[in-house]
Design a protein around this ligand. Structure first.
Ligand SMILES: *[C@@H]1O[C@H](CO)[C@@H](O)[C@H](O)[C@H]1NC(C)=O
Ligand SMILES: *[C@@H]1O[C@H](CO)[C@@H](O)[C@H](O)[C@H]1NC(C)=O
Ligand SMILES: *[C@@H]1O[C@H](CO)[C@@H](O)[C@H](O)[C@H]1NC(C)=O
Ligand SMILES: *[C@@H]1O[C@H](CO)[C@@H](O)[C@H](O)[C@H]1NC(C)=O
Ligand SMILES: *[C@@H]1O[C@H](CO)[C@@H](O)[C@H](O)[C@H]1NC(C)=O
Ligand SMILES: *[C@@H]1O[C@H](CO)[C@@H](O)[C@H](O)[C@H]1NC(C)=O
Ligand SMILES: *[C@@H]1O[C@H](CO)[C@@H](O)[C@H](O)[C@H]1NC(C)=O
Ligand SMILES: *[C@@H]1O[C@H](CO)[C@@H](O)[C@H](O)[C@H]1NC(C)=O
Ligand SMILES: *[C@@H]1O[C@H](CO)[C@@H](O)[C@H](O)[C@H]1NC(C)=O
Ligand SMILES: *[C@@H]1O[C@H](CO)[C@@H](O)[C@H](O)[C@H]1NC(C)=O
Ligand SMILES: *[C@@H]1O[C@H](CO)[C@@H](O)[C@H](O)[C@H]1NC(C)=O
Ligand SMILES: *[C@@H]1O[C@H](CO)[C@@H](O)[C@H](O)[C@H]1NC(C)=O
Length: 787
């Protein structure tokens, strides 16, 4: 053996050891010693657009396949034809205090027809008969730092291995089967869809399943699988493809729909091209490219709160059980890092330029009629899906949101005009892939809410604050904001000197109608200019002015300033001392309601802060937050993690961590996906990343880079992060020890003022000089914080 080959051998051993370490990293690995017993223990992979939920069954493998634009049908105009006439009548009813009649009229004459937009639907099942019986040494893993999913076991004294990866560059999902001996692989492969108009063809290694949305035969798609064997014999059957005695087999899968193509011929030609070029590349090349592409996003940010030591030597779901027993995340702090990494993994795997925004289930859905239609609920859920993107350096994953907002703008113009005779654009509390903006469902506490667009606009302005991208303002943000602002300028009439937004509600709580004590417990959600309305409008109009200033436009700015001056301030209830939720001091029907709508101004909004304002409103908001939690709030995955972010904004790191612990012990399945109403909903998986961000870095108040704003005092004593973004165009890395920040670096991507705050206002140095106020930062410079 010559020197070079010894060196090569060393390098190879070193690389293997390194690889083994990465695979065993308890901060990025999920593993299980048995196949998934159902969807909630299966493992998700995705390339942004297409995804797979893999069960790892031994004898008959099943994979739930998804494509983001496979929904139940095409666009239909659901605007209620009675709406325009009903609207002024409903306002009159509210003007004379007849809330019940107004609510009834709204639900009968203004809600959408039909009441629901389209539903997201599963593409098909990929079924793979493997023919294995009792196996040993079973192990099923997902490495969220690479996106590689493994199944390994021993059967008949042979080792078998399955690998799966979703590739964005190749635009396919690929499954690789092999064994320790040549000729050992036998598979029978099929695609199946149990509902809708379906026809399937099997032809020499190619399976094509043609289907349609179950509401609409014209809304069509084709899913395809190419089966490629090395060695052995491939046979095409009437309803499957079987291969015997192969050395290895790869299955490539894709689906294409009429959403992105003019007709079936064009999307099928794209589909076949993708499958053919994937087969030409082969699994290993596809895998290498997929990992490289994925890590280009994943490696931008890190978060660590120390090693869990021995605690991680157990299966992933047992780590959750152990946490439930210890009730202390310090017993397995890497589980929190794993959740941080998993949330980013799921975002990178379900949102890329050109894909649709992740819906209530991201892209991972097994049903035809999924919970809440697996659509876009926009009175918290789609927003929560987006909180983590900019701050963790994943801004590109918001481009699907900008596309959706562009569609909603057009649909919403029609809704504004046909429902409210108003200009601009409006949306209610849900939308779908078509940007449907008509009201959804039938309940005063959610349906009557003309604020969906206003909330989504906060993401547009926040994206500018993080990136300072002026092109984005002129090309994307400007047109969206113009229409959003125009709607409320029309819709919000002046009454007693205040801009009045009605009918509206405070999602999704309701209250007892005070004048109807005689009618036992009569409730409604309908109201006028709720606290959340005011906070959203404040955010929208201040954002509009900020964007206008950014590009030197004075168009509409004076009107916006006037509007703001006519907006009522947050109100504190004289009887409870809490922030007032509705226009009056009504009694809420659910004191522990899961939605924290009246606290929007605290998080994700920024209408008040103890750093900017006198503390009375902040204290009243805190009091309301505590009241909600004490009364049983935080009672769903997303709700619990919203409370975590709210506590972080309230500088209460201990309560923020407790809420994250409760999410993990109460609202998380064994595959670490979070749940709501006992079904998978992805928002809290994204939300926990954002809540962790809020504990250790905030920048929402007037450009202050606030490092360690809510460090917990009883948990997570030591930790660090890198690559986190802050508003103003900065990238921040920081470390803490024994509950105090020990150092940080801040890099500027644009010229501008840099204001820094550490914890509750500790003294510190920047580049060796003691900090006494804003620094004029220059693009490309890095500023080092020491003590
Ligand atoms: C399963 O594989 C992972 C990754 O290599 C490893 O950490 C874990 O210990 C394995 N489990 C078993 C039971 O071998
Ligand atoms: C009180 O209840 C009655 C009977 O349901 C209803 O007609 C009336 O509109 C209610 N009043 C208010 C203020 O909602
Ligand atoms: C709905 O509108 C019709 C008129 O189009 C009206 O007669 C009816 O009373 C309204 N429904 C309710 C519940 O107010
Ligand atoms: C597996 O190998 C062991 C030891 O080599 C042998 O005793 C056993 O019969 C083998 N089992 C099968 C199923 O081939
Ligand atoms: C399957 O193929 C991969 C890649 O070539 C190889 O690393 C692995 O050892 C094979 N698995 C088995 C069980 O032989
Ligand atoms: C694969 O199928 C062939 C033909 O049925 C059979 O002879 C062989 O034993 C099978 N291999 C395994 C590993 O089950
Ligand atoms: C996939 O298979 C399951 C049964 O295993 C079935 O309930 C489900 O409807 C199937 N999915 C599709 C898209 O056909
Ligand atoms: C069902 O699909 C087939 C094949 O794609 C198509 O020819 C047929 O028209 C469809 N049926 C309906 C009712 O749309
Ligand atoms: C700035 O925004 C424009 C429009 O959205 C986009 O095309 C461009 O890529 C963005 N620039 C950067 C550096 O992200
Ligand atoms: C609210 O509830 C409290 C206590 O249950 C009761 O005393 C009060 O009268 C109610 N107020 C209104 C406006 O209904
Ligand atoms: C809090 O202070 C900020 C910055 O001065 C200001 O824009 C905002 O209106 C204030 N909020 C309230 C509720 O007074
Ligand atoms: C945190 O770090 C300090 C200093 O290295 C060490 O003394 C302490 O034990 C660590 N705390 C925890 C909980 O690991």
């Amino acid at each position: 053996m010559g020197y070079t080959s010894i060196l090569t051998a060393f390098v190879a051993i070193f690389l293997l050891a390194d690889r083994a370490l990465a695979e065993d990293n308890p901060s990025s690995l999920l593993w299980y010693s048995a196949p998934a017993s159902g969807f909630n223990s299966a493992l998700p992979i995705g390339n942004g657009r297409i995804g797979a939920m893999i069960y790892g069954r031994i004898d008959q493998e099943i994979v739930n396949m998804n494509e983001d634009s496979i929904w139940s049908g095409g666009f239909t105009n659901r605007i209620n034809p009675n709406a325009k006439a009903a609207f002024p009548r409903i306002r009159s009813k509210m003007d004379v205090g007849d809330l019940t009649a107004a609510g009834d009229d709204w639900l009968q004459n203004m809600t959408g027809v039909p009441t629901s937009p389209r539903r997201y639907q599963a593409a098909c099942n990929l079924t793979i008969e493997v023919g294995h019986g009792s196996v040993q040494d079973y192990n099923r893993t997902l490495d969220v730092s690479t996106g590689l999913q493994y199944v390994k076991y021993t059967y008949n004294n042979m080792s078998f291995e399955r690998r799966a990866v979703a590739s964005t560059p190749a635009n396919v999902v690929a499954f690789h089967y092999n064994g320790s001996q040549p000729g050992a692989i036998n598979l029978t492969v099929a695609l199946q869809r149990s509902q809708g108009n379906v026809s399937t063809t099997y032809d020499n290694g190619l399976i094509l399943l043609r289907g349609a949305g179950t509401d609409d035969n014209m809304y069509t798609f084709t899913a395809g699988a190419r089966v490629v064997n090395t060695g052995g014999t491939l046979t095409t059957n009437a309803d499957s493809i079987s291969i015997v005695n192969a050395d290895s087999i790869v299955i490539y899968w894709d689906a294409e729909t009429i959403y992105r193509y003019p007709n079936q011929a064009s999307y099928e030609s794209a589909l076949k091209d993708r499958l053919n070029s994937a087969a030409d590349q082969g699994f290993d090349e596809i895998y290498q490219q997929a990992v490289q592409d994925f890590q280009g996003f994943y490696s931008r940010a890190t978060f660590s709160v120390g090693s869990s030591g021995e605690a991680v030597g157990v299966e992933t779901y047992k780590r959750l059980q152990n946490l439930a027993a210890s009730q202390n995340i310090d017993s397995d702090s890497e589980l929190l890092t794993l959740m941080y990494n998993y949330g980013r993994y799921l975002l990178i795997s379900s949102a890329r330029p050109g894909t649709l925004s992740p819906n209530l289930q991201g892209i991972w859905n097994k049903d035809f009629d999924p919970p809440f239609g697996s659509k876009y609920t926009i009175d918290i859920n789609l927003e929560m899906n987006s909180w983590l993107a900019d701050i963790n350096g994943l801004s590109e994953s918001l481009t699907p949101l900008w596309d959706l907002l562009g569609l909603m703008r057009q649909r919403g113009q029609q809704v504004a005009s046909d429902m409210y005779s108003a200009s601009g654009s409006v949306c209610h509390h849900n939308t779908d892939l078509w940007g449907d903006c008509a009201p959804v469902d039938s309940g005063t506490q959610w349906t009557i809410w003309p604020m969906g667009n206003a909330w989504l606009m906060t993401h547009v302005i926040e994206h500018y604050r993080f990136t300072r991208n002026a092109t984005f303002v002129t090309e994307v943000a400007g047109p969206l904001f113009n229409d959003a602002v125009a709607f409320y300028e029309d819709f919000c009439v002046l009454k007693d000197g205040y801009r009045t937004n009605y009918p509206s509600n405070s999602p999704e709580n309701s209250y007892f109608i005070p004048s109807n004590d005689s009618v036992a417990g009569q409730q409604t959600g309908i109201d006028t200019t709720t606290q959340m309305d005011r906070a959203l409008l404040w955010d929208l109009f201040t954002g509009f002015i900020e964007l206008s200033n950014a590009v030197g436009s004075s168009n509409g700015v004076e009107d916006a300033q006037t509007f703001l001056s006519q907006l009522q301030e947050p109100i504190i209830s004289p009887t409870t001392g809490r922030l007032l939720e509705w226009s009056q001091d009504f009694n809420e029907t659910e004191p522990g309601h899961r939605h924290f709508s009246p606290l929007f101004g605290l998080h994700p909004g920024h209408q008040y802060s103890p750093l900017d304002n006198d503390t009375s409103i902040f204290n009243a908001a805190n009091k309301l937050l505590q009241h909600r939690i004490d009364s049983g709030g935080g009672s769903e995955g997303w709700s619990r993690i919203w409370s975590s972010a709210l506590f972080a904004r309230a500088f209460n790191g201990d309560a923020a961590v407790t809420s994250a612990e409760v999410l993990l012990t109460t609202y998380t399945y064994s595959n670490l996906l979070s749940h709501t109403s006992n079904t998978f909903q992805i928002d809290a998986n994204f939300g926990i990343v954002a809540a962790l961000n809020e504990m250790f870095l905030q920048s929402h108040t007037d450009g202050i880079v606030h490092i360690g704003p809510a460090l917990p005092t009883t948990r997570l004593a030591n930790g660090s992060y890198t690559g986190w973004k802050s508003r103003g165009g900065f990238t921040v890395s920081a470390q803490w020890q024994d509950h105090h920040i020990t150092g940080a670096t801040i890099s500027a991507s644009v010229d501008g003022p840099l204001k820094v705050r550490i914890e509750g206002g500790r003294a510190f140095r920047v580049d060796g000089q003691s900090y006494g106020g804003a620094i004029q930062a220059t693009a490309g410079s890095t500023y080092v914080v020491t003590f």
